[in-house]
Design a protein around this ligand. Structure first.
Ligand code: RB5
Length: 149
């Protein structure tokens, strides 16, 4: 599996613990930045990761900003991307099981690095539930078909 990872200055504190968890699992990592705490714009990194997931170059993505919210909004502008914000273990499981999220978005001002790494593991280990959830994801895809050129 190949995972794209990206963050802004608000999320970079989470990166080392998450990278360590992905490496422990033998996952290939494509790091699109940022690489230090200088102030940057989260849409640039949300788009960079989403582009890799939407194109199929990467299987999934991990995004981090201050809250996980802004960077997920940017990523969700790409067809086929379902970026879900997770704030705890429960929401990390739900975005996989119910929403088939192919990107997890985390807040560096919300969760601690070790908790974030654990949440990424839960998201990766949780299969999509299918059934009624598949019908709902299909409706999201129909909305994309209607609105994306
Ligand atoms: C940057 O200060 C902050 O706005 C950003 O990291 C994120 O929280 C936006 O949603």
């Amino acid at each position: 599996m190949k995972i794209a990872i990206g963050c802004d200055h608000g999320g970079i504190a989470l990166k080392p613990a998450i990278v360590a968890e992905l490496q422990r699992r033998g996952i290939d990592i494509v790091d699109v930045g940022c690489f230090d705490t200088s102030s940057v714009d989260y849409p640039d990194y949300g788009a960079a990761v989403a582009r890799k997931v939407a194109s199929g170059e990467c299987d999934k993505g991990v995004l981090m900003c201050g809250t996980g919210i802004g960077i997920s909004i940017a990523a969700n502008k790409f067809k086929g991307v379902r970026a879900g914000v997770a704030h705890d273990e429960f929401t990390a499981k739900m975005i996989a099981e119910h929403n088939a999220a192919n990107i997890i978005a985390l807040g560096g001002r919300i969760v601690a690095p070790e908790q974030a790494a654990k949440m990424v593991g839960i998201w990766l280990d949780t299969p999509f539930g299918g059934g009624r959830h598949a019908g709902r994801v299909a409706k999201i895809e129909a909305i994309e078909d209607e609105n994306f050129r």
